[in-house]
Design a protein around this ligand. Structure first.
Ligand code: NAD
Length: 483
């Protein structure tokens, strides 16, 4: 029986087939114990009318083999097509996106020669749920969802990663000075999990200054853990500051399945020219080998690749005045193969310990909190001439009350009633907060239904409502600006 590990491989679109061929040649030459099962994804599949870009039998291959090496694909322009990358990550539960960003100075020019950081991005939640609604003529809403288990899983993964790979510090980046509930939860869980790893330094930075630090002094960072959207943005900044998007590989890790790919896209502008840099996919393939416990082969390829870079053998994208030879894509692969067994002398050689792979991430069991309904936010589409918040406030304050009284009105989050400021711009989208009239008393669903009926009788268009709860007595909703 073959001892080779079966993996699913997709050659993708654009430069995909060129860089995948180069990568597979290196894997085979280095003695990787793998057997490839090739599936077709991307443009050709989209054109057959499959809106996800991947056929059902291809899903089966990935689920069976549990390891997927994927070349970039082209997402067709226009509506009707779903992002295959987002679909793969969420369908297969690939919760962690891991992107190492390291500088190869002076062989690859960069202003930040000491960069050696890893970005660990949450991959399944946040605004990527893609739940969006146009609610009024003027306002569209996108829902940001952050869950406790989702946050704990990625944060624990970041600390485990730091432990296994000998990293000294984990930095969390959020915007919890503004999103006190959603980002506040992520930050709170970070603090809780960090206490379990006293040997690893930890800190939290607001994402805006965090992005500036990545652009300005990335060497001060080690492992960074963050939410989906922030991670998407900062990992591109980090890749760029190391010198080229063509160099970075990434891993998408789930509890069962893992997918490995270059961070760049299908580069249609250089497709078919044999000038693409296959390094991103080669580095991703090395992460895959570590994942399937073939650390020694990963080390051999990583070091041969570093030696090739160090010898000044470069593809067009990183070719510079100090390079020695400009090579084609497949020629680059042959040069790496020639150096298998060699180590770099100037750049840091890579060393993986046998058996060095991450264990399964377990998440804590939380006791169910005491959840109490204390009020409701009713959102209205109201566009009466003058858009006077006091007029709307008076109308709603006069509603017959069954334990729910108007507490305030906000417009785009800013309090406009009572005691608003005439300077505040008002759109046609109003959030009207009703709280229990008896302080501390519970609100019932029936009381909310009667309130909505009374609002309807006034001829007002309610577009959405959000119940307001406390959890173990703690407020589970945000205050308004100016409240
Ligand atoms: P891109 O990453 O494909 O290209 C950006 C620039 O970088 C181009 O100038 C390109 O020539 C260059 N480049 C990229 N990879 C290179 C490499 N390996 N060697 C040398 N130069 C390289 O980004 P884009 O142009 O915005 O997107 C092109 C297509 O790729 C789009 O359809 C997009 O949806 C898709 N895309 C796919 C993935 C993926 O499959 N994971 C990721 C990003 C973009």
């Amino acid at each position: 029986m073959s001892t080779k590990r079966k993996i699913t491989v997709a050659y993708g679109d654009g430069i995909g087939p060129e860089i995948m061929q180069a990568t597979i040649d290196i894997l085979i030459a280095a003695g990787a114990q793998i057997e490839t099962e090739v599936i077709e994804i991307g443009e050709k599949v989209f054109r057959k009318g499959v809106s996800t870009g991947i056929a059902p039998e291809s899903w089966e291959s990935i689920k069976r083999n549990k390891v997927f090496l994927k070349a970039p694909i082209t997402t067709p322009q226009g509506g009707g097509f779903k992002s295959l990358n987002v679909a793969t990550r969420t369908t297969l539960g690939l919760f962690a996106n891991v992107r190492p960003c390291r500088s190869f100075f002076p062989y690859v020019p960069t202003n930040h020669p000491l960069t050696d950081m890893v970005i660990i991005r949450e991959n399944e939640e946040d605004l990527y749920a893609g739940i969006e609604h146009q609610q009024t003529n003027e306002v569209v809403q996108a829902l940001k969802l952050i869950s406790r288990p989702g946050s704990e899983k990625i944060i624990r993964y970041a600390f485990e990663y730091a432990k296994v790979y000998g990293r000294r510090k984990v930095t969390c980046m959020t915007k919890d000075n503004i999103m006190k509930q959603a980002d506040g939860l992520f930050h709170k869980i970070f603090d809780e999990v960090a206490r379990e790893y006293p040997e690893i330094e930890n800190n939290h930075i607001i994402i805006d200054i965090g992005s500036a630090i990545i652009a300005d002094r990335p060497h001060s960072l080690d492992v960074v853990v963050t939410e989906n959207l922030y991670g998407d943005i900062i990992s591109d900044i980090a890749a760029q500051v190391t010198g080229s998007v063509g160099l970075g590989g990434s891993a998408n890790i789930g509890e069962e399945v893992a997918m490995f790919e270059a961070i760049h896209g299908s580069a249609p502008d250089i497709s078919g020219l044999d000038i693409a840099n296959p390094s991103g996919l080669i580095n991703a393939a090395c992460m895959m080998l570590v994942h399937i416990n073939q650390q020694k082969v990963a080390e051999t390829i990583n070091n041969a690749w570093l030696k090739t870079i160090e010898d000044g053998v470069h593809t067009t994208d990183i070719y510079n005045k100090d390079s020695l030879r400009k090579v084609w894509t497949q020629e680059f692969a042959r040069e790496v193969i020639l150096r298998l067994g060699q180590k770099p002398t100037k750049l840091h050689a890579v060393q993986y310990k046998e058996g060095e792979s991450m264990s399964k991430i377990k998440i804590s069991k939380y006791p169910k909190a005491d959840k109490v309904l204390v009020g409701v936010d009713v959102f209205l589409d109201w566009d009466e001439k003058g858009r006077d918040p006091n007029k709307l406030g008076k109308l709603l304050s006069a509603l017959p009350s069954d334990n729910l009284n108007l507490y305030m009105i906000t417009n785009r989050g800013v309090k406009v009633f009572p005691e608003g400021h005439s300077e505040t711009f008002c759109s046609d989208h109003w959030r009207c907060r009703f709280m229990a009239s008896k302080k501390g008393s519970k609100v019932s669903h029936d009381q909310i239904i009667s309130l909505l009926q009374a609002i309807k009788k006034l001829g007002l268009d309610f577009i959405k409502m959000e119940n307001m709860y406390t959890f173990d007595g703690e407020r589970g909703y945000s205050l308004a600006q100016g409240e």
